[in-house]
Design a protein around this ligand. Structure first.
Ligand code: GLC
Ligand code: GLC
Length: 807
């Protein structure tokens, strides 16, 4: 069952009913100002940091789950309704939400009136635009009143939902010439305020929530829209809001368009005031002027569209499979951008107050983003590396506003360091900019300790070899990629965090996964050392990698698959010896990506075990059998009910590692099948099972041991986005940036018999025409001349290179 359809031409997903199984959302903004918007207009907006600078309020855990947000209300002769359906829930004659690249358009019609609102955040402007078009589709003249509504958050989103004894006293606004200014705490230390304005004369306004709704009412019973007239209320403490009313008179067939602007503004400290207590509104007026005609708004929207045309031009495919094309060309890249911007901060599953930017998360996120805006990836790499400690370990997270490591979460996740090598290598392969390795980069943000970035990579690499356990495998620390495999935690206190609780000392818990990562990512460090002329360092590092591979073969192989880890006491985890959690997905993927078992049949055997024990029609589960009780020596992984999250859920992030591994052993059909199992466009027809957006990946799909097998949770902000883009673009379609050229090595199901990839990189364009028989290894012709090997050398900027590949 579907709740809409794709419109690939427009790069939109079109939702045709308000009654989706869950709010299906989109993101507005890709630089500093962001909004989350559901298909009915719910969600919130913030400037840079979803915790510290939240403009509008959102209530998680609410009923209905998606109340509030941006509400446009119509009073048409006493009939009060909203084109977004909520909160009045009046039947609509037409409903449609189009989620596009950085914008959403919500259209509803009732009683001969159609109201269509375009929501977007313009390029380089810190504001969210609501462009409302009201059309009279009846054959009589109409006079209606249109009400806008947003509810202000008192900036710090966490404090906003905890500190009522203070907060209910501090709300302050100003209303001048129809523009509503939210200035809570501006009288003291804040230099920022918000404005909500409209480019037309208003009939009235409200800024006090209780007046607008009525003290005992929910949103759907709001008094002001029902009365058809604003009360011109001025908030004083309590709950400040922004609402305008406009009288709209329309002849039959006539339309009128209004632009509402919700903006974030800052003033220099010495220019805060116009007069005592009155905000200096100059920056707000400058902003509103940019949207004072609908033509100006249209032009800003056109700029946003071409911004995305440009971004998405750097990798496109054209094949006979429209689902593949729409994932690659549109939605997977779009989600990678959003994930890069948000890390794990703000979604309908992440509150925007809890987590900073993850060290491992951000490094992986940039894998799917680096080809879009490489300069930003470079900045991010330096930001991340600047939080690293001198011994190579890393804060697990850092705060985006301060760019400092987050002490509350601390460090000790022993996979973190190596991801920096992977992220940096991806940047260099994309750009050829080796100078990043020379950028002076501090440790723990202390500028006096700055050393070239290359030294950070060395510390990352050495952190693994400096922390080996009794089997010569890396010690796991708090956890590795799997945050829930907490082998040193031994927590017995309810509610205690597995991520931060003091670990027990003296254990020897080791991770086969980190060993696999080291084998897979280490060679990039070797290569970079070599390219810097440091042959001795390259050899030293290569030897460490070889030893690690041997340690995996000696102690990480269980007989039919790779083991997962050794526990605190040195007992194997992910072994046939265990009753539960016999086999885990992560080491099967990463050890093979590290080349382990490719030449002796172990890789194929491990992948066969994955297929037999972990695969389902909804994706590959994380482990099997699931844990049926809490195991104190394993930690959080055993806290989840069977089939959810790390306890045998389909954790989509690591399915791609298996897909890549399958391409490495040349089993294209398996790889292709696994890809399609979790790719959202291929799951669209089962939306009633999947439940979440069919245009973006979710972190998890309930596994085979869950009663709701196939149901997704935690959409949008997941490393799944970038890893799937890497997988489909670089391994299935097989076009990947390397140091000296573009590798063309397609490994995709025979079903895709012919396709063309267009790749822009380092200023040149490559048009790669592939004829595919489903095997592995392509014969390449570059501009008509046959070449040896799989690498098309980089051409000078400005050139177009035509590659023919026959698989
Ligand atoms: C979450 C975290 C990620 C972790 C994964 C597995 O997605 O963001 O860092 O690797 O869970 O536990
Ligand atoms: C929980 C989740 C895991 C996430 C971690 C960090 O452990 O299961 O996926 O990475 O929290 O917030």
């Amino acid at each position: 069952m579907q709740f809409g359809h794709f419109d690939d031409e427009a790069r939109e997903y079109v939702i045709t009913t308000p009654h989706t199984p869950y709010p299906w959302i989109n993101y507005l903004g890709s630089q500093e100002f962001f909004g989350l918007i559901s298909h009915t207009g719910g969600g919130y907006s913030f400037y840079r940091d979803a915790k510290m600078r939240r403009l509008t309020r959102y209530r998680y855990n609410n009923t209905p789950v998606d109340s509030g947000g941006r509400i446009f209300s119509i009073n048409d002769g006493g009939d009060v309704w909203s084109p977004g359906y909520f909160p009045y829930k009046k039947d609509l004659d037409f409903f449609e939400t189009r989620h596009g690249m950085g914008y959403s358009r919500i259209t509803g019609a009732r009683g001969g009136l159609k109201v269509s609102t375009l929501f977007f955040v313009p390029v380089d402007i810190n504001a969210e635009i609501h462009q409302v078009t009201v059309s009279n589709e009846s054959d009589a003249a109409k006079s209606v009143t249109l009400f806008s509504f947003v509810e202000f958050c008192l900036w710090n989103a966490e404090d906003d939902q905890t500190n009522y004894q203070r907060n209910l006293n501090i709300g302050e606004v100003e209303v001048v010439e129809g523009n509503i200014y939210h200035k809570t705490e501006y009288r003291e230390r804040r230099d920022h305020f918000a404005v909500y304005g409209v480019n037309a004369p208003i009939a009235g306004f409200d800024t006090d929530r209780d007046t607008f709704l009525g003290h005992q009412n929910g949103f759907g019973e709001a008094e002001v829209p029902a009365a058809g007239k604003s009360a011109n209320s001025v908030a004083s403490g309590w709950y400040p809001i922004g609402s305008h009313s406009l009288d709209v008179t329309l002849e039959p067939g006539e339309s009128k368009t209004y632009t509402f602007t919700l903006g974030y503004l800052e003033n220099p400290k010495d220019q805060k005031w116009e007069s005592k207590g009155i905000v200096n509104k100059a920056p707000a007026l400058e902003l509103l002027e940019k949207f004072d005609t609908n033509e100006k708004t249209d032009a800003q929207f056109a700029t946003l569209r071409s911004y995305w045309d440009h971004l998405l031009g750097s990798y496109t495919v054209s094949s006979s499979d429209e689902k593949l094309d729409r994932m690659v060309n549109i939605w997977n890249q779009y989600q990678s951008m959003v994930t890069y911007n948000m890390s794990r901060s703000a979604s309908y599953f992440e509150t925007g107050i809890g987590r900073g930017m993850g060290f491992r998360d951000s490094n992986q996120d940039l894998l799917g983003f680096v080809h879009l805006v490489p300069e930003r990836a470079k900045e991010r790499i330096i930001d991340i590396a600047s939080t690293q400690f001198e011994d190579g370990s890393a804060y697990h997270q850092y705060q985006p506003l301060t760019k400092r490591g987050n002490n509350a979460v601390g460090s000790g996740f022993n996979d973190d360091p190596m991801w920096l090598v992977l992220g940096t290598a991806a940047y260099i392969k994309e750009t050829g900019d080796y100078s990043i390795l020379d950028v002076p980069t501090p440790f723990d943000n202390d500028e006096s300790t700055a050393l070239p970035l290359m030294e950070h990579l060395k510390r990352s690499f050495d952190h693994v070899t400096n922390n080996l356990g009794p089997h010569g495998l890396p010690l796991i620390g708090r956890a590795d990629w799997n945050d829930c495999l907490n082998l040193n935690c031994f927590s017995d206190t309810p509610g205690e965090s597995f991520q931060t609780t003091e670990n027990q000392a003296g254990g020897v818990a080791e991770s086969v996964f980190i060993a696999g990562m080291f084998a897979a990512i280490g060679p990039d460090y070797v290569e970079l050392a070599r390219r810097r002329g440091d042959e001795a360092e390259a050899n030293r590092a290569q030897q460490a990698i070889d030893e690690m591979k041997q340690a995996v073969l000696d102690h990480g192989w269980d007989g039919a698959w790779f083991r997962r880890a050794y526990d605190f006491y040195g007992n194997p985890i992910g072994s046939d010896e265990n009753d539960e959690g016999k086999i885990w997905i992560e080491p099967q993927g990463y050890c093979i990506m590290g080349g382990i078992g490719l030449d002796d049949g172990k890789a194929v055997q491990a992948l066969d075990s994955v297929r037999e024990r972990l695969n389902t029609p909804h994706g590959i589960v994380l482990l099997n059998p699931p844990f049926t009780e809490y195991k104190i020596e394993l930690g959080e992984v055993s806290t989840y009910p069977e089939g959810y999250k790390e306890n045998a859920g389909i954790f989509c992030h690591n399915n791609p590692w298996i897909i890549i591994a399958e391409t490495m052993v040349g089993r294209n059909e398996n790889a292709w099948e696994y890809y399609k199992q979790i790719a959202p466009a291929y799951r669209e027809e089962q939306s009633e099972v999947h439940q979440l957006e069919p245009y973006v990946y979710a972190q998890m799909i309930a596994g085979k041991d869950a009663s709701r097998h196939g149901q997704a949770k935690n959409s949008w902000l997941t490393g799944t986005a970038s890893w799937n883009f890497v997988t489909v673009s670089q391994y299935l379609l097989g076009v990947r940036a390397d140091y000296d050229g573009l590798v063309v090595d397609p490994c995709i199901g025979a079903e895709i018999a012919q396709f063309t990839v267009k790749r822009q990189i380092r200023g040149a364009e490559y048009v790669i025409n592939v004829t595919n028989s489903g095997g592995k290894g392509a014969t390449l012709t570059v501009d008509g001349v046959a070449i040896d090997g799989d690498t098309v050398p980089y051409a000078p900027a400005g050139s177009t290179v035509v590659v023919d590949a026959v698989v």
